[in-house]
Each structure stands twice: as structure tokens, then as C-alpha cells.
Design a protein around this ligand. Structure first.
Ligand SMILES: [Fe+2]
Ligand SMILES: [Fe+2]
Length: 333
């Protein structure tokens, strides 16, 4: 038994396996996976299988079993393959403000923030030009099948729509990134701003999947919609970024509306105001006793910020300028 397996054994003995089962979710798993010396390649493969089986959820139950089995295997046989720390890839221990260990690997303490709830939720860009009207009508049309399919199932609706909402920022950021490379030009911070938006939307999704478990046909729908929407938005952004950003601005206005309806149903008791997922408490620096209502409130504020960023971006193009000529709202939440 080599020294790393011995360490794993000692750790298991001291903690009674608790170190593998404690903690919240993907973050905990991630922290452990970076500790090369204690994890073999086989373990990482098993972890991948476990994560897949968990189906995006951060509920640690299945993963715990796999990890425990792996540790037990090392104890029994001592022939597990151990990856050395040759590459130096180990994340330093991080702490929360209250001194407890930082459990997440999918986002860091410096990525967290307190949502600005003072933002004006009622702002609306009145469509004036032909392209504005096209964008507005397109979004209103897209809302019809969404309303029919989901009706007032706002949890499910939010989860599905977040899979789409995280696409435009990534597409826009990617195109600006490539343009920056081609033209040897600075982006004015817009690459970062748009990628931040994509990441923020993805965190909305990671939060919603804690509350709503997607069914197989919903996963299939996501695959289909993503395949179509990614490509359509990519082409649209190449042809007319001002229209693309205007469409997203109106989509975000609809998102603010949907989350407002979501809140109404929570307040009326139609949707249970369950405790906030751990990932949301850390990401938005919410109090420990935060609830779904708090989470939806901060997500709605994020959507209002995205609305402003995208209408602003479209306005810049309308003035005949490129985005890089105006300061990008980096870190705007
Ligand atoms: Fe969102
Ligand atoms: Fe959004």
C-alpha cells in the first residue's frame, strides 16, 4: 500500500467516511477531485459516471456510494492507481466568511454577489424601428407555445427557459472573441460581459434543477431547442447584432414577467415556498434560512440586469458604433 492509499485509509478511519459524504453537492465533489494524490483515475471515471447518473442534480447520494466504494477498494486491495501531484493541480482550501470550508468547485467565493434588488423591474424598450418591432413580435410569438406548454408550472418553465437563456451570451461572447482575434482589436470588455451573462444564466439553471427534476422528454426538448436556437442565434448575431441583442432584451423582459408570476404563485401558496438550495445561498450570499421566494427574487433582478445590458448593446449598434466603443458593463448584476 503506497503512502497515498495509506493517507486515504487513515482519513477514512478518522472521519468514518464523513469527508466523502459531507457537504452539499457538485462543489464538494469538485474540491475532492482536485486532490490528485488521494484520487485514482478509476475514481475519476467512476465520479464521471456518478455525476452523469445524478443527471445534473447536486444531490450527493449516488456519488457518495461510489466514492466510498473506491476508498474501501484502496483499503482492501491497495492496488488502486494513484495519480501523483506532478502537475501541481490542487486547489487551495477556501473558506466562507463564517470560516466554514468553501464547498463549491463550480464557482468561487469571488464569483458570488448580492443581487441589486433596487433595479427598476418595469423598464421597457418601446419598439420604434422596423427591427425593434420584428424583435418584439418574435419574442411575443415565442411566448405563445411556452404559455401553452407550461401554463403556470413556473418551476418547470423557468428551468427549461434557463437552458435557452444561457445561450445568447455565450454565442455573442464567442463571436466577439473571434472578431477580436481576427481584427487584432480590444473588445472593450464586451467578451467578458457577455460570457458573464451566460455564466449567470447557467447558475440560474443549476439552481432550478435543484428544485425541479427534468423528465426524459423535457431533456429531449432541451436538446432539440438548443440545437435549433444555438445555430439560429449564431447566424442572427453574425447578420445583425443589433437585432440579436434587441431580441435578447425582449426575452429578458419576458423573463422578468415570468418570475413575477412565479413570485405571485409562491405568495398565494400555489407553489410551496421551500428552503433555498445550498448553491443559491452561497452564490447570491443569501441568509441560511432563505427560501424559494428569495431565490426567485434575486434571479428576477438578474434578468432585469440582462435586459438592460442587451437593450444597451442594441442601442450602441443603432448609433452606428461597435460595442467596443462603449464601456462594457462588466460585473453588472
Ligand atoms: Fe435566467
Ligand atoms: Fe436573463
Amino acid at each position: 500500500m503506497n503512502k497515498f492509499a495509506t493517507l486515504a485509509l487513515a482519513r477514512g478511519a478518522v472521519n468514518g467516511g464523513r469527508s466523502w459524504s459531507r457537504g452539499y453537492t457538485c462543489g464538494r465533489a469538485g474540491v475532492e477531485s482536485w486532490k490528485g494524490p488521494e484520487m485514482g483515475h478509476g475514481s475519476l471515471v467512476l465520479r464521471g459516471v456518478a455525476l452523469w447518473r445524478r443527471g445534473m442534480s447536486s444531490v450527493p447520494a449516488v456519488e457518495e456510494k461510489v466514492e466510498k466504494r473506491e476508498v474501501e477498494g484502496k483499503e482492501e486491495g491497495g492496488d488502486g492507481v494513484v495519480v501523483s501531484s506532478y502537475w501541481g493541480l490542487s486547489r487551495p482550501k477556501l473558506k466562507r466568511e463564517d470560516g466554514t470550508e468553501w464547498p463549491w468547485n463550480c464557482f468561487m467565493p469571488w464569483d458570488t454577489y448580492q443581487a441589486d434588488l433596487s433595479i427598476d423591474l418595469s423598464k421597457h424598450h418601446v419598439p420604434k424601428t422596423f427591427l425593434d418591432k420584428v424583435a418584439y413580435r418574435t419574442v411575443k410569438l415565442l411566448r405563445i407555445p411556452t404559455d401553452v406548454f407550461f401554463q403556470r408550472r413556473y418551476g418547470c418553465r423557468a428551468m427549461m427557459l434557463e437552458t435557452v437563456a444561457a445561450v445568447p451570451g455565450m454565442v455573442g461572447g464567442m463571436i466577439l472573441h473571434l472578431r477580436s482575434l481576427r481584427k487584432f482589436q480590444h473588445s472593450g470588455g464586451w467578451i467578458k460581459a457577455l460570457l458573464e451573462e451566460a455564466e449567470n444564466e447557467r447558475m440560474h439553471l443549476m439552481t432550478m434543477v435543484e428544485l425541479v427534476k427534468p423528465k426524459w422528454y423535457e431533456r429531449l426538448l432541451v436538446l432539440t431547442v438548443q440545437g435549433v436556437f444555438f445555430n439560429a442565434f449564431f447566424v442572427l448575431y453574425l447578420l445583425s447584432p443589433k437585432l440579436a441583442h434587441r431580441v435578447v432584451g425582449y426575452l429578458e423582459e419576458e423573463a422578468v414577467h415570468s418570475y413575477t408570476e412565479f413570485l405571485k404563485d409562491i405568495e398565494s401558496g400555489a407553489i410551496e415556498n421551500v428552503p433555498a438550495p445550498a448553491i443559491a445561498i452561497d452564490y447570491w450570499r443569501l441568509p441560511k434560512d432563505a427560501t424559494l421566494k428569495d431565490v426567485v427574487t434575486v434571479i428576477r433582478a438578474d434578468e432585469a440586469h440582462h435586459r438592460d445590458v442587451n437593450h444597451f448593446a442594441s442601442d450602441i449598434h443603432y448609433q452606428g458604433k461597435e460595442l467596443r466603443e462603449a464601456p462594457a458593463p462588466v460585473g453588472y448584476h
